[in-house]
Design a binder for this molecule. Sequence first.
Ligand code: LLP
Length: 404
Amino acid sequence: MNYIGKNFSIEKVSAKTLAKKYPTPIYCYSYKKLKKNILNLKKNFKSFNPLLCFSVKSNANLNLLKEIKKLGCGADVVSIGELMIALKAGIKPSKIVFSGVGKTSNEIKYAIEKNILLINAESKSEIIEIEKIAKSKKKVVDIGIRLNPDIDAKTLNQISTGKKENKFGVVEKIFLEITHFIKNSKHLKLKCLSVHIGSQILNHKPYEKMLKIIDKIIKKTHHNFEYVDLGGGMGIPYENNIKKLSYKKYSHAINKFLKNYKTKIILEPGRSIIGNASVLISKIIYIKKAKNKNFIILDAGMNDLMRPSLYGSKHHIIPAIKKGKVIKQILEFVGPICESTDKFLTLKKFQKLKEKDLVVICDVGAYGMSLSSNYNLRPKPIEILVKGSRINIIKKRQNIKDLI
Ligand code: LLP
């Protein structure tokens, strides 16, 4: 995804061409980038050949999931909906793991019926519920227990999940108690220790710390875990000056851990697979002058891309067509939603803009469409997958009539 001449293009298709054919805003994905990200993960972690379970919550588009499946991934799901769509995409149950603190009986029943690889349980009560259902179905269910290692993942507070004050997983004492409980159960089989300390992690050190804690706890259990599921969280650089997470260093830490164990590693990447594989193309509706700055009012709003309003996250904004030189000016890119937090980014320089110009909001593939909503009764945008010069509509824009 880059400029071909003056035109920002997704593979061989320019943003301008797409905006002529389809209503903006448009989520547009590059197949090449998606594939590259998966191959890159495989290459960097090939010494221990992990099972890559794509985290469906980061992007649940059926057609993308089909492509992700073809590239060899399984799925990490957190609801019956995500489990159903992963299966519909053709992902084998033996490559699906199910996490989440509040799985309902229905969700557990469905997961057991489908014989998925692991239910990663997050509390004693959940374990008791799974056992009850397994018993009624006369089945033995493969279980992972999610550990809360009490680690600061050094990421945004809102997306940290491995500190003791977070609701996720269980602390060491309960972990050991549950281990004991499962060992004595006829209907549960303890197969996995799972963990996920947070998202958008850019430094390998919290992972190193996490692996040391896992090592210590496994020793205390005296149990041979067939799998260790390290979750996802691998971050991507949303801004130019940010250093990437070193896959090499993370992989090195995992290899060090594996010296003591014969266990299969599961990773649950979401953002690192789909994050930088998509842009959001948006049109300027109005430009409004204010004191010391101009508001650039886009046809994309916080309902289409929630991350900036929810976490203060920065997604770079660039022109769809390069015209003229970059000049100093203060521009605040906002959406049309009736909320003051409906703003994407403030920039101090940009090329001269006019109404109806197109802009491109970058790196929106993960938690972009999946966090979108119908707030202000706005239809969700169209999703397009570009392969070379081929344009595939992978989800139609919602119809306002259907919403009404
Ligand atoms: N596994 C588990 C158990 C998770 O909870 C998550 C993300 C992942 C894997 C995938 O993490 P990733 O590789 O994508 O970092 N909405 C937030 C991110 C929330 C992440 C929730 N859990 C955002 O837009 O930044």
